[in-house]
Design a protein around this ligand. Structure first.
Ligand code: COA
Length: 476
C-alpha cells in the first residue's frame, strides 16, 4: 500500500510529465508560427540564390596586401562577406602600381585580387587613425592580415589588444613560416615553393629545381586561410569568442605536396616503380627525386607531342595509360597484340618499358591536334588533357558561361578579364564586382559602418589620419 507521501510524490511526477508534454506542444506551435521546422532551423521559402549569400552578415577588416592575403579576402567577399580593405593613404596596396599595363590605372595584379571589396585609407600609426581602427575592430568579425612578422604588433594591434576591444574577433594571418627558426622571415611565393618541398620535386631529374606557375605559396595559402576563418566563425557560434588563425606558406605548400612526403617514406621500401627513373634503371637517392611529367599517382602518364608541336609551344597532350583502358589504347595506336602479349598486358610488365610505350603512343598523337586526340580518347574513356595556353583559356566559351572567366569593367582601365569565383554554391550566387579605387569608400564606411557624425568625420580628416602627408610635411 502506498503511503500518503508516496501518493503525493506520484501525483507530483504525473503533473511534471504533463507539463513537459504541454511545453513540447507549445514549442511545436510556436515553431510553426515562426516558420521553424519542428525545432530544426527555419528552411527558407525563397528561391535558391535569393536568400542572401553564404557569408552575408560577416564583416572583414582586411589588412592584406600583395597576393596571399588578398586571395583569401577576395574569396570571402565573393561568398558574401563585407570586406573593408584598409590601405595606407596615398600608396595603398603596393600591387596597385606594380606590373602596370595601363598608365594611371590600377594594375591587373591589384584588380584581379581585390574584387568585391571596399577601400578605406587609414594611417594606422596616426593617433586618429588608430581611433578609427579601434571602432572598426568593434564592428568587424574578422581581421585578416599578411604583414611581415611583427608589423601588426608594431601598429599596436596585438592579439591581446584586439581581443580586449572585441572578444568575438577572429584574427587571421598569413606568415611565411610557422613558429620555429624562420618565423621572422619575410616570404614571397617562390620562397614558399622552395621551402615547402615543391621546387625540389618539380622539374626534370637532370635539371635544377623548378618553381611552378601556379601560385601555390600565395593563392594556395590564401585558400587555406579562408577555410580557417570560416571554421573559426563556425566555432564562434558555439563559443562566442574569436581565435587566432594562422596559415604559414611553408605549411600550405607542403600540404599541397603531401604525395611527395608519401613517396619520401615509400623510398624505404624500395624504388618508386611508377617514376620513369625506375624504368630507366637509374638508382634512387635518399630523397624524392624530380619526376618530370610523371603522373603522381599509380596510373602512368606523360606529356606527348601533337600535330603542330614544331611551331606551337602548347601543341601537347597529357596522356594517362590507365590500366582499365589499356585495351582501348592498344587498339587506337595500332598495337592490338599488346593487349595479350605478356610483356605489355599488365601494369607491372609495362613499368620498365614506359618510355618506349609513351614514344609509341606519341607517334600516334603527333598525327592529330590535341583537341582531336582529346575527342577520340574521351569516347573510349582514356583520360587525357590538352595543354591549354592562357590565350585558349581566355577564349574558352564554357569558362565564360560558368563565370570562371569573367569580363569586368573598371572606371580607369576599362574592360579586363579576370578569374571569377572558382567555388560554386547553388544557394549563394556569386557576382564579380570591380576592385575599389584607393580610398573610394572612406566616407561611406565612416558614415554607414561607424555611424560617425559629419563633425567627427571632418575632425578626423583634418587630423591627416586618412590622407597622405603633404610633400613639404614628408620632407620635413
Ligand atoms: N598605415 C601605416 N602603416 C602601414 C599601413 C597603414 N595603413 N599598412 C602597412 N603599413 C606599414 C606596416 O606597419 C609596416 O611598417 P613597419 O615595418 O615599419 O612596422 C610596413 O607598412 C610594411 O609592411 P611589410 O609587411 O613589412 O611590407 P613589405 O613590403 O616590407 O614586405 C612581404 C612584404 C610580403 C614580404 C611581407 O609582408 C611578408 O612577409 N608577409 C607575410 C608573408 C606573405 O604574405 N607573403 C606573401 C605576399 S604575396
Amino acid at each position: 500500500m502506498a503511503t500518503k507521501k508516496q501518493k503525493k510524490a506520484k501525483a507530483a511526477s504525473k503533473k511534471a510529465a504533463r507539463k513537459v508534454v504541454k511545453l513540447a506542444a507549445a514549442r511545436k506551435t510556436k515553431n510553426k508560427i515562426n516558420g521553424k521546422n519542428n525545432g530544426l532551423p527555419r528552411v527558407s521559402s525563397k528561391p535558391y540564390g535569393q536568400d542572401g549569400k553564404a557569408l552575408t552578415g560577416v564583416r572583414i577588416l582586411d589588412f592584406t596586401h600583395v597576393q596571399s592575403g588578398p586571395t583569401c579576402t577576395q574569396l570571402l567577399a565573393w561568398l558574401g562577406a563585407d570586406v573593408i580593405k584598409v590601405e595606407r593613404p596615398g600608396i595603398g596596396d603596393i600591387t596597385r602600381g606594380q606590373l602596370v599595363d595601363v598608365k594611371g590605372a590600377d594594375s591587373l595584379y591589384f584588380t584581379m585580387l581585390n574584387h568585391n571589396k571596399r577601400s578605406i585609407t587609414i594611417d594606422s600609426k596616426h593617433p586618429q587613425g588608430k581611433r578609427v581602427l579601434d571602432e572598426l575592430i568593434k564592428v568587424c568579425d574578422v581581421l585578416v592580415e599578411n604583414f611581415a612578422p611583427g608589423a601588426l604588433d608594431r601598429m599596436g594591434l596585438t592579439w591581446e589588444y584586439i581581443h580586449k576591444v572585441n572578444p568575438r574577433m577572429i584574427v587571421a594571418s598569413v606568415k611565411g613560416f610557422g613558429p620555429g627558426p624562420y618565423e621572422d622571415c619575410k616570404v614571397y611565393e617562390n620562397v614558399a615553393q622552395c621551402a615547402g618541398g615543391s621546387a625540389s620535386t618539380t622539374g626534370f631529374r637532370e635539371g635544377p629545381p623548378l618553381v611552378t606557375g601556379a601560385q601555390i605559396g600565395d593563392s594556395g595559402t590564401g585558400l587555406h586561410l579562408a577555410l580557417g576563418i570560416v571554421s573559426a566563425l563556425y566555432q564562434r557560434t558555439r563559443t562566442g569568442r574569436g581565435q587566432k588563425v594562422l596559415a604559414a606558406m611553408q605549411d600550405g605548400v607542403l600540404n599541397l605536396c603531401r604525395v611527395k612526403l608519401r613517396d619520401q617514406q615509400r623510398l624505404k621500401a624500395g624504388p618508386l616503380t611508377e617514376y620513369s627513373q625506375y624504368g630507366e634503371n637509374i638508382p634512387f637517392a635518399d630523397s624524392v627525386p624530380r619526376a618530370g611529367n610523371d603522373s603522381g599517382g599509380g596510373q602512368p602518364g606523360w606529356i606527348l607531342k601533337c600535330k603542330g608541336w614544331e611551331t606551337d609551344p602548347d601543341a601537347y597532350i597529357y596522356f594517362i595509360t590507365q590500366a582499365p583502358v589499356w585495351a582501348e589504347i592498344c587498339d587506337l595506336i595500332g598495337e592490338p597484340s599488346w593487349k595479350t602479349d605478356a610483356e605489355y598486358a599488365t601494369p607491372r610488365a609495362r613499368l620498365p618499358k614506359l618510355k618506349a610505350i609513351f614514344a609509341r603512343i606519341e607517334q600516334w598523337t603527333m598525327t592529330m591536334s590535341k583537341f582531336e586526340v582529346m575527342e577520340i580518347c574521351n569516347k573510349v574513356d582514356i583520360p587525357v588533357g590538352p595543354i591549354l595556353s592562357m590565350k585558349e583559356i581566355a577564349e574558352e566559351p564554357s569558362l565564360r558561361k560558368t563565370g570562371t572567366v569573367v569580363e569586368v569593367d573598371h572606371p580607369t582601365r576599362g574592360k579586363y578579364l579576370s578569374v571569377g569565383n572558382p567555388i560554386k554554391l547553388s544557394d549563394s550566387i556569386s557576382e564579380v564586382r570591380r576592385s575599389p579605387l584607393l580610398g573610394e569608400h572612406t566616407d561611406e564606411i565612416l558614415k554607414d559602418v561607424l555611424k560617425l557624425s559629419s563633425k567627427d568625420i571632418t575632425e578626423i580628416k583634418n587630423s591627416g589620419a586618412l590622407s597622405a602627408p603633404k610633400k613639404e610635411e614628408k620632407a620635413a
